[in-house]
Every structure is written in structure tokens, then in C-alpha cells.
Design a protein around this ligand. Structure first.
Ligand code: PGA
Length: 251
């Protein structure tokens, strides 16, 4: 059985005191996680402080991005070694907002995943189609290409988590129907199976896009949906813990 994961992507929200308070509430509310994992992805400025708060709890830390070099003259960038130093276990890579606003191209995403793994960190690779692409019926083509390009040259997939996040569902309040999401998750699992063989049964594939405590129950009930990458609803501890509790009920 795959371990479920609920990850909170705080995006560009929270000051350090706000992040510390939210992480404290979440970690205090999380219990009995033998079958799952809870991950928090605060902004870079709050990583170290959140790392201290969650120490000794079952909650893990993620960053929302990284650069693919270890160090050097790259003003404004953060390296995988710095993220490890700050206490991260995971790194979100290729989020659609980074692809859209910061020109994070498939080639860069591939380099980031390679360097992330080389540093002993685990990538959460985000993929997903736009509304236009879905309407054109090319969702599988688009998502398939994103997965193949991101994983090009990567020999082992064990430490990679994939998040399917349809762009049209992110921050819009329009989540994919569980069956729509499941179809893409199953497609991705088969694709990973073609690339890596049997291990695809162990690859965790999260759903992301307007996940709340009201819709997670049906999503997590799907065979190939192993958890959620949550944006807006992760910014309040009650809502985020509500999602985790729904997952715990169903798994
Ligand atoms: P959302 O964001 O839950 O606010 O739609 C999800 C994400 O961008 O990871």
C-alpha cells in the first residue's frame, strides 16, 4: 500500500511569525500517521523557523522551488544544499505558477529534479494541463510530455512524488471531478510503468487544484490518487487538518 501524502503549499503567504503559528497548529493536530505523511511548504524565509517547530513531530518540510546549482553567482537563487541545511525533505518542482510566471521550462525542471535527488532531497514534480489543452482533448499528451521530459535521464523513481494539478483547477474553486482526476492519475501511473517497470505501483501521485475538506473524501477514494497538494486550504489549520482527517477516515 502506498503511503498517502497531504502537502500544504503556502505559496507567497505568511510572515515568519504567521508561519510558526500555522506550523505549530498543524503539527499539534496531526497524530497517528503510520500510513501517511503530512508536508508543509512555507516560503523560503520561513523554512528554518518552521523546521524548528515541526522537529520531533510527524510533519515534514518542503520548499516550493530550488535552483539546480549547488552554489555560485546566481543572485536570488536557493540551492538544494541550502534547502537540506534548512531542514527540507521535499522540494516542489515545476509548479504551474513557476512554469507560467518564471519560465520554468521542462529542461530546467529536469535539471532541478536531477540535482534535487543528487542532494538527497525528494522532488514533488507538478504536471497538469491548461483549460484550453483539456478542451482540445490533449490532456494526456501534455501531461505525458511533461512527465517524460521532467524524468529524462533519471534512473530511479522511488524518491519522486508526482502531483497532477490541472491548471484550470488551481486557485479557481473548480476542482476536477474525482473520476476525471483518476483518469489522468491512472494514465501517469501506466506511463511511469512503461518507463520504470513494476515500481510504478509504489509511485505516489497526488492531486492538486482547489482541494478542500469537502471534496478530498471522494478524491482520495480513487484507486490512483494517493493524496493532495493543497494551496489555499492549507493556510488555515482547521481546513488543512480537516483534509488530513478525511484522508485518515478513508485510508
Ligand atoms: P489550490 O492550489 O489548492 O489553491 O488550488 C494548489 C496548488 O497550487 O498547489
Amino acid at each position: 500500500m502506498r503511503k498517502w501524502m497531504v502537502a500544504g503549499n503556502w505559496k507567497m503567504h505568511t510572515t515568519i511569525p504567521e508561519a510558526v503559528a500555522l506550523a505549530g497548529q498543524v503539527s499539534a493536530g496531526v497524530k497517528g500517521l503510520s500510513a501517511g505523511e503530512v508536508v508543509l511548504a512555507p516560503p523560503f524565509t520561513a523554512l528554518a523557523a518552521v523546521s524548528d517547530v515541526i522537529k520531533g513531530t510527524p510533519v515534514s518540510l518542503a520548499s516550493q522551488n530550488m535552483f539546480y546549482e549547488e552554489k555560485g553567482a546566481y543572485t536570488g537563487e536557493i540551492s538544494p544544499l541550502m534547502l537540506k541545511d534548512a531542514g527540507c525533505t521535499y522540494v516542489i518542482i515545476g509548479h504551474s505558477e513557476r512554469r507560467k510566471y518564471f519560465h520554468d521550462l521542462d529542461e530546467n525542471i529536469n535539471l532541478k529534479i536531477k540535482k534535487c535527488l543528487a542532494a538527497g532531497l525528494k522532488p514533488i514534480l507538478c504536471v497538469g494541463e491548461t483549460l484550453e489543452e483539456r478542451e482540445q482533448g490533449i490532456t494526456e499528451f501534455v501531461v505525458g510530455l511533461q512527465v517524460k521530459k521532467a524524468l529524462y535521464g533519471i534512473n530511479a523513481i522511488d524518491d519522486v512524488v508526482i502531483a497532477y494539478e490541472p491548471v484550470w483547477a488551481i486557485g479557481t474553486g473548480k476542482n476536477a471531478l474525482p473520476i476525471e482526476a483518476e483518469e489522468v492519475h491512472r494514465f501517469v501511473r501506466h506511463l511511469v510503468g512503461d518507463m520504470y517497470g513494476e515500481v510504478c505501483a509504489r509511485t505516489r501521485i497526488l492531486y492538486g487544484g482547489s482541494v478542500t475538506q469537502d471534496n478530498i473524501g471522494d478524491l482520495i477514494g480513487m484507486e490512483d490518487i494517493d493524496g493532495a497538494l493543497v494551496g489555499g486550504a492549507s493556510l488555515k489549520s482547521e481546513g488543512f487538518l480537516g483534509i488530513i482527517n478525511k484522508v485518515l477516515e478513508k485510508r
